[in-house]
Design a protein around this ligand. Structure first.
Ligand code: ADP
Ligand code: MG
Length: 623
């Protein structure tokens, strides 16, 4: 969740950065362009409108003055000066026909007499403004009025009729229709919303493309009015009488208090600018979109690997090495980082594995040591038991030996002094032999229990073996056992007790013969060798005594050297115990190798240079 947040934030930051980088200049340029375009358009439209307004006002002004000039010419003609209806009527009829704009003519004498009235049916009050003005010698022009019957706006102009002497003798008044001129004036080409209208000083419409507004509506309340008639408040854009913002300009029509107004809706005028604005917004939106996509891609290529790295780091922390591997083929910095991380993960994993292996190893070593300790403890207990058993046994042996010796001596003296009848002679000899055998066994046991002090001398191993072989020779021949002897030529002398070592070798040879009662082969060999020990190996002489017996059963191997262990019916089980303790006393060791069905080899290692082990008990003599 937290990772997700980091990822999102970073990605959003990158995106925002890109968008602002892409949009800021565009926004500035766009705003500037739009503003400039608007200003240009505004000025252009305003100039155009101004021109139109001035042109139209000038046109109207000129037209009005032409009409006034016409009337002046008419008034100056002698026909009208005659004040004769018969003469005036055809003339003015002709003028009306020719000019079209004059719908009525009225000629009145200064005394108020109507000389001519083209309407025929009306009487014009002598108080009419045009009349009084004309009588006062001033040309007059009325405001515009609307003739509903004719559907035409019109105004009246009048001018005095002068005597030749210069005095006013009457007045002529013309009603001027404005349809033609106004249709020209109001028709402007200024877009769809461009319009032109005429107002008087009160703001009332005098001419407008919509006739219903004429003389009925006023612009007095709108900004247009202020803009036209209030000096100093000339604005280019303002809200017009319809409540719509327009660009407008006005021009006064000379000789009247009218104003000609030209306006165009600002929206229409600015349509170009609006289009430009749209284009700019479109470009901005596209740039923003592009920047977004670009930023997203970029952040995807940067943020995604970072996210993967962080996930992998978490996996690594939990020891999930397989999940922590994020090898990549990318060659950029992210790739380098990922590969360095993967490398680190691999190294951590191999270190972890090594540590685990060491732990397993240490555990197995511990187990082994524990096993050995247990064995040693068991051996110690057994030794203890054997020692007390040995003491007990040697006590018993002593007790038996004394009466046995007495018994033997007694029987020997009997044998010497009396003659035993031949029928008992054999039994007597059997008894004697049994007694001697018992004595020998007891002596041997006591030898083992309380060993004699050894006497050391330099000995030839060959001699020792020769002596032993000499003793067993007859028995070997008896059971048809062949004997082989193989002595290494460079055998060093050894230091030891001749009698004890000789007995030990003899014991081993007797055992071998006993193990193969018929037609076996006894091999006796000696060669220099090494005796492995805790503090390095020592040089020694190795004596191998091998037989071709059926071998020793696995379960017995471990017990061979225990005192009293025997598999023989008449065995004492002390032979190998004595051999072992004798050899150990000489600083050496006895080892046994046996293959069931093939034979057994006992190897005696006697160190050649070692101090005899039991120096304090032993005597040292050279022979
Ligand atoms: P003993 O000979 O009185 O039985 P030892 O201590 O000499 O006592 O021998 C113990 C036992 O070791 C023997 O009973 C025998 O089973 C076994 N043994 C010793 N030497 C050999 C051998 N060379 N081949 C087979 N078994 C042997
Ligand atoms: Mg024996």
């Amino acid at each position: 969740m937290k990772q997700r947040l980091v990822f999102t934030n970073l990605q959003i930051k990158v995106m925002l950065l890109f968008i602002s980088l892409a949009l800021a200049p565009l926004a500035i340029v766009g705003a500037f362009a739009i503003k400039t375009a608007e200003e240009i358009i505004l000025n252009m439209v305003r100039n155009q409108i101004q021109h139109i307004a001035v042109d139209k006002a000038t046109l109207l002004e000129r037209w009005i003055s032409e009409r006034q000039a016409d009337l002046k010419v008419i008034a100056g003609s002698s026909l009208l000066g005659s004040l004769n209806r018969e003469q005036i009527a055809p003339f003015l009829e002709l003028v009306r026909d020719q000019y079209k704009v004059y719908s009525e003519f009225i000629v009145i004498a200064s005394d108020g007499r109507i000389i001519y009235d083209s309407t025929d049916n009306r009487h014009h009050p002598r108080t009419a403004e045009w009349f009084s003005n004309a009588l006062a010698g001033k040309p007059y022009m009325s405001d515009i009025a609307f003739d509903a019957a004719q559907k035409e706006s019109f105004f009246r102009i009048s001018t005095p009729l002068l005597h030749a002497s210069g005095g006013v003798q009457g007045a002529v008044c013309a009603k001027v229709g404005t349809n033609v001129i106004l249709s020209i004036i109001l028709r402007i080409s200024l877009g769809e919303t461009g319009e032109c209208y005429l107002v008087n000083r009160e703001g009332t419409f005098l001419a407008h493309k919509e006739p219903r507004r004429i003389l009925t509506e006023t612009i007095a309340q709108s900004e247009s009015f202020k803009n036209i008639f209030n000096a100093g408040t000339h604005r280019i854009t303002y809200i017009d009488y319809r409540g719509i913002e327009v660009i407008g300009a006005s021009a006064r029509v000379g000789g009247t208090d009218w104003a000609l107004v030209v306006e165009q809706d600002k929206d229409e005028a600015f349509r170009g600018a609006l289009r430009l604005k749209h284009y700019i917004f479109l470009v901005a939106a596209m740039s923003a979109g592009g920047a977004l996509v670009l930023a997203w891609l970029l952040s995807y290529y940067i943020v995604n690997p970072i996210r993967k790295l962080s996930v992998a780091a978490n996996c690594l922390a939990r020891g999930e090495f397989a999940e922590a591997s994020i090898e990549t083929t990318r060659a950029d910095e992210i790739g380098l980082l990922s590969n360095a991380f993967a490398d680190m993960a691999r190294q951590l994993e191999s270190r972890q594995q090594k540590l685990e292996q060491r732990m397993v190893l240490t555990e197995s070593e511990l187990e082994e040591t524990g096993e050995k300790l247990k064995e040693t403890q068991q051996a110690a207990v057994r030794s203890q038991q054997l020692a007390s058993l040995g003491q007990l046994a040697s006590g018993v042996a002593h007790e038996i030996r004394t009466p046995l010796t007495s018994l033997k001596l007694f029987l020997e003296s009997i044998e010497n002094e009396i003659t035993i009848s031949p029928e008992y002679e054999e039994d007597f000899q059997v008894a004697m032999n049994q007694i001697r055998r018992m004595e020998a066994t007891i002596n041997r046991f006591l030898d083992f229990a309380r060993p004699r002090e050894p006497v050391y001398s330099w000995l030839e191993v060959g001699d020792l073996l020769e002596d032993a072989l000499l003793i067993i020779g007859p028995r070997a021949r008896l059971q048809e056992t062949t004997i082989r002897k193989s002595l290494s030529p460079s055998l060093p002398k050894i230091k030891g007790d001749r009698k004890q070592l000789g007995e030990a070798l003899l014991n081993l040879m007797v055992n071998a013969l006993e193990a193969m009662p018929q037609r076996g082969r006894l091999t006796v060999a000696a060669h220099p060798g090494e005796l492995p020990g805790t503090d390095g190996s020592r040089p020694c002489v190795v004596i191998d005594i091998s037989d071709t017996s059926p071998g020793i059963q696995g379960e017995n191997i471990g017990r061979l050297f225990e005192p009293f262990f025997t598999t023989k019916a008449t065995g004492a089980g002390l032979g190998l115990s004595i051999v072992s303790s004798t050899v150990q006393r000489h600083g050496g060791e006895v080892m046994v190798r046996s293959v069931v069905g093939r034979g057994t080899t006992f190897s005696v290692f006697i160190p050649t240079e070692a101090e005899p082990a039991i120096g304090k008990n032993g005597k040292h003599t050279d022979s």
